[in-house]
Ligand binder design. Structure first.
Ligand code: HEM
Length: 168
């Protein structure tokens, strides 16, 4: 029994937020800087790999990806997603700004919960985005570790919201 309690405590601690150090945040920003202007290409890669994500968007569902890719609706949404990442990364690595990140990500998680987006879809998104950054920028060693830590944190907040509990 004691053993189970210890295991449960370890699980609870390891599932918590691990904010990035300033150095880690700089490494992630450095990798992200090289791709952050490829908004349309990034969303295109995500929809191509995961049509179930595309189909969650009423304005894109069932449409030919190669055609919608050049619409202004598409680039507007691509810019929203990519800017969300850029803005949160600009706050990372500074403990004073952690509450601001939590507020934004809680809000985004709540909005996406209301849209019925699943954890599986978020994981699909993460995996395609990470592959994209690996292929178009430099992401290995410490930078890759920091990137994964950043996404573990953001996804911890999003998933808590999908479960109905904002992170305080
Ligand atoms: C993984 C599956 C996802 C699905 C199915 C999804 C779906 C949607 C939909 C349907 C909208 C509304 C679009 C509109 O009103 O034009 C939206 C808005 C938005 N999405 Fe996503 N999304 C996903 C992941 C993400 C991720 C990972 C990010 C950020 C990194 C993101 C950032 C945003 C932002 C910033 C908005 C606009 C503000 C808002 O309404 O929250 N989304 N998303």
């Amino acid at each position: 029994m004691k053993f189970l309690i210890v295991l449960a405590l370890i699980a609870a601690v390891s599932a918590d937020l691990k904010p990035l150090s300033k150095e880690q945040a700089d490494e992630v920003r450095h990798a992200w800087d090289k791709v952050k202007h490829n908004e349309v290409e990034i969303l295109h890669e995500i929809f191509k790999a995961h049509p179930d994500i595309q189909n969650k968007f009423p304005q894109f569902a069932g449409k030919d990806l190669e055609q919608i890719k050049s619409n202004s609706d598409f680039s507007t949404h691509a810019t929203r997603i990519v800017s969300f990442i850029t803005e949160n990364l600009s706050l990372a690595g500074n403990p004073d700004l952690l509450p601001a990140i939590k507020t934004r990500v809680n809000e985004m998680g709540q909005n996406h919960r209301n849209r019925g987006v699943t954890k599986e879809q978020f994981n699909e998104f993460r995996s395609t985005l990470t592959d994209y950054v690996k292929h178009h920028s430099s992401l290995d060693g410490d930078a890759e570790h920091a990137w994964n830590q950043a996404f573990d944190n953001v996804f911890f907040i999003i998933f808590s919201n999908l479960d109905g509990h904002p992170v305080v």
